[in-house]
Design a protein around this ligand. Structure first.
Ligand SMILES: C[S@@+](CC[C@H](N)C(=O)[O-])C[C@H]1O[C@@H](n2cnc3c(N)ncnc32)[C@H](O)[C@@H]1O
Length: 280
């Protein structure tokens, strides 16, 4: 049997690469680089050059950062070798030698790496929520603070909203693949704030990739994170909220614009994703 007929017998789920689907579904590094550039310049009146991407996974963001300017550098830290190796092959190598040589990847726990100091450290897609006690999270924040230059900033994302603590599934059709991305809140325990989440993919031929990624997190609130950042030595913490407009097809629905503005008071929404910026 030829290789192509063997492939044809596989379902779309069996042929799919979970990292490719993850990057398309969950990550938006160009928008994040744009947010880094604008926010750092506005707060520090200079251009950021170096970043550190904690929980970097495939180093998609670190790679995009370095693509943006020939002087930029990035450190990526993740303890999962399979994911880092995927990133080296599919993100760094295609970006070319000049970009790849400016991205340094460490296979380690984010709490163990404290090498060179950077302008911006980020921990995205809520990865730092694996630290489920105040002591663990404060310890991590203290370490990030020490790894920043004197005018450096830490950027985190966080999700929440009135629906967030419910068990739910949200489906989004992918543009570049014949697949639907499914984000599931599997469980939430209001007593300790622990939540289990999972990512699944469903394909146009009916096949599924269940539990492509699974997460065990504490669902932290914005004030808890702000307090812990200040306790760990950051001087100031700003919250950036997404700007919403009326949806094109339904006046009762709002849709996010992808633009974020700094604010300290908002009306709660069913679901939101924000950036927290902590200044050293
Ligand atoms: C939610 S993914 C985030 C991937 C990417 N940064 C993003 O924004 O989509 C979480 C990543 O964190 C890594 N990870 C979890 N705990 C870690 C730790 N303590 N130290 C280093 N990496 C960790 C996992 O291996 C995984 O690749």
């Amino acid at each position: 049997m030829s290789k192509s007929s063997e492939v044809n017998k596989l379902t779309l789920a069996e042929q799919a690469d979970r990292h490719v689907l993850y990057q398309e579904s969950v990550q938006a590094p160009e928008a994040e680089v744009d947010f880094f550039e604008k926010t750092f310049k506005a707060l520090r009146n200079r251009d950021a050059v170096s970043i550190r991407e904690d929980f970097c996974g495939t180093a998609y963001l670190a790679t995009e950062w370095c693509k943006g300017h020939p002087e930029r550098t990035a450190i990526g830290v993740d303890y999962d070798e399979e994911t880092l190796e995927w990133g080296r092959k599919h993100n760094l190598a295609p970006a070319g030698e000049d970009v790849a040589k400016r991205v340094t990847l460490y296979k380690d726990d984010v709490r163990n790496v404290s090498d060179e100091k950077v302008d911006i450290t980020c921990a995205f897609n809520f990865s730092y929520c694996i630290f489920e006690t105040r002591d663990e999270l404060r310890d991590y924040f203290t370490k990030t603070q020490k790894g920043l230059k004197d005018d450096g900033i830490l950027i985190l994302d966080l999700f929440g909203g009135t629906e967030c603590e419910d068990v739910l599934e949200e489906e989004t059709e992918l543009e570049d693949h014949p697949a639907t991305y499914i984000w599931e809140h599997v469980s939430f325990n209001p007593i300790d704030g622990h939540m289990a989440c999972a990512i699944h993919f469903e394909f146009d031929d009916g096949s599924r990739m269940d539990n492509a990624f699974k997460y065990e997190w504490r669902h932290w609130s914005i004030p808890e994170i702000k307090e812990l950042l200040l306790e760990s030595g950051y001087k100031n913490v700003r919250v950036y909220w997404e700007e919403y407009i009326d949806a094109d097809d339904d006046d009762d629905e709002l849709e996010g614009t992808g633009n974020y503005y700094e604010t300290s008071e908002v009306e709660n929404q069913e679901s939101w994703m924000i950036y927290l910026v902590a200044e050293k």
